[in-house]
Design a binder for this molecule. Structure first.
Ligand SMILES: *Cc1c(COP(=O)(O)O)cnc(C)c1O
Length: 481
């Protein structure tokens, strides 16, 4: 049913506003009945059109303009753009041409298609999330991925939580609440500011026992730290930095032996980790989860949306006994994942049963392994169109550049890549301003500014058309300073 704006709609406004609003009512009425308002009402609903028009009229009056001085058509046009702006979602798709494949601020891994399909099914209808179809009784949500994870890693058991930080929190709280965890000083890492090993440790209720030195830690340091309050040894993969020079760390196999000797659990936080050997695809070596399990880790934690290329989650694999205790920890209930994530994770893991298939179908692996020649050919293809679009404000050229893996992967491991460099012409344009114009596109393009150039690394551009379609919306006519 259609409603006409009446007095009751202005309840709550102060008397001053009320008189103002009443004064605008005639024009509001006229605008709503205007033939140009019909289409707006059809696509946005009468209520929203009325609110938007009322806001517009009030804005005109607040700057001292009489609404009657403004053309009805102009007001309706402004109303249309306002409604479109308001309808744009805050969380939107962007083109990641930043050169960092697993960009945490851009949402890390993009899901494989099969995972996205599985997620869609899980989120649009009922599922057997915790329901055993054979018996008709209650099931366990971890069951959908546990067997796959065990097969891919060689572990006895597995569980999944919201992210790797949650996995570390749950593991530590389960094995070491009110007791000590022994960690090498060289591994007290901070990831992206919010995850710091010492802080997670204290929030998990454990006492950190730092041993060794920043550059060197020996097996005897671990041995000397063992006492009545020791609950576990922990190794943290120093994923986002390297310590070079006079260094020593204890091989995890030796640490596992020592832990076993004292009857202590040995935890490894791998951070990214990988389910398969990435060197076979020409990528920098990354420790695999299977190696950690083979070396004798009691539990290994890693992220679902880093090198694995799946949905955001934290995976814990390890001994039946330890994983069982983690599952029974009340914190697990607070940290567990939903059906959408589990569906996407199961489908992603399935691809890893055949590493070649994983390389083709997991976008993260496909993008990371794109050869430079392939990316350079793409840059050559796009050069003319981008040049034409930026016209006389920038000079465009094909360049060789280096991509980063991102998400706590070693910053020294860079991948040869290629892209387009936009060099501003003249003083009125800057690279930062070009970057802003590209971010303002309907499908925002995120590049990077480097040495006075605006760079678009094309490694993560799956589809030329996605960029080409945006070029027509570039607004480089307005002042660019
Ligand atoms: C990335 C990372 C984490 C945090 O993982 P999230 O999935 O971002 O919560 C923890 N530890 C290490 C070593 C990491 O690299």
């Amino acid at each position: 049913m259609e409603t006409t704006p009446t007095e009751f709609e202005f309840n709550g406004a102060n008397p001053q506003q009320m008189t103002d609003v009443r004064r605008s009512l005639p024009s509001l009425d006229r605008l709503i009945r205007h033939s140009g308002a019909k289409a707006l009402i059809t696509s946005h609903g009468r209520e929203r059109v009325v609110v938007a028009l009322r806001e517009l009229l009030q804005e005109h009056r607040s700057v001292g303009a009489s609404p009657s001085a403004v053309q009805d058509e102009t007001l309706l046009d402004d109303c249309a753009s306002r409604l479109v702006r308001q309808e744009a979602l805050s969380l939107r798709q962007v083109l990641n041409l930043s050169g960092t494949v697993l960009h945490t601020n851009l949402g890390r891994a993009s899901l494989p298609e099969s995972a996205a399909r599985a997620a869609l099914i899980a989120m649009t209808g009922p599922t057997n999330l915790e329901f055993d179809l054979a018996s008709g009784g209650r099931g366990e949500r971890d069951n959908h991925v546990e067997a796959l994870l065990c097969r891919l890693t060689g572990a006895e058991a597995a569980t999944v939580v919201n992210n790797n930080a949650a996995a570390v929190l749950l593991a530590l709280n389960t094995v070491a609440a009110r007791r000590e965890v022994v960690v090498s000083r060289g591994e007290l890492v901070e990831i992206g500011g919010a995850f710091r090993v010492p802080d997670v440790m204290s929030r998990a209720g454990c006492r950190l026992r730092e041993i060794g030195t920043t550059n060197r830690t020996h097996l005897r340091d671990f041995e000397a730290a063992v006492g009545a309050r020791t609950a576990a040894f922990m190794k943290v993969h120093t994923s986002n930095y390297v310590i070079e020079g006079f260094t020593a760390e204890v091989p995890q196999r030796h640490l596992a032996k020592l832990a076993q000797h004292y009857g202590l659990p040995f935890l490894i936080d791998l951070g990214s980790g990988s389910l398969i050997d990435l060197e076979q695809f020409g990528l920098p070596p990354e420790p695999t989860v299977r190696e950690a399990i083979d070396d004798g880790a009691s539990a290994v934690t890693f992220s679902g949306d880093k090198l694995l290329g799946g949905p955001q989650c934290g995976i814990i694999v390890g001994s039946k006994e330890l994983v069982g205790r983690m599952r029974a920890n009340p914190l697990k209930r607070a940290l567990r994942v939903n059906k959408i994530i589990l569906a996407a994770l199961e489908a992603t893991l399935r691809l890893y049963l055949d590493p070649q298939r994983a390389r083709r179908e997991v976008p993260t692996l496909r993008l990371l392994t794109r050869p430079r020649e392939d990316i350079r050919a793409q840059a050559e293809r796009l050069l003319k169109m981008v040049s034409a679009a930026v016209g006389n404000v920038a000079e465009v050229s094909v360049i060789d550049c280096l991509s980063q893996i991102g998400s706590g992967s070693r910053p020294v491991d860079l991948l040869p890549s290629a892209g387009l460099a936009l060099r501003p012409k003249g003083k009125s344009v800057s690279a930062a301003r070009l970057a802003r114009q590209f971010r303002a596109l309907p499908l925002p393009v995120v590049g990077r500014v480097q040495k006075g150039l605006f760079l678009m690394d094309l490694r993560c551009l799956d589809d030329d058309a996605a960029l080409v379609l945006q070029l027509q919306h570039l607004d480089l006519t307005c002042e660019l300073t």
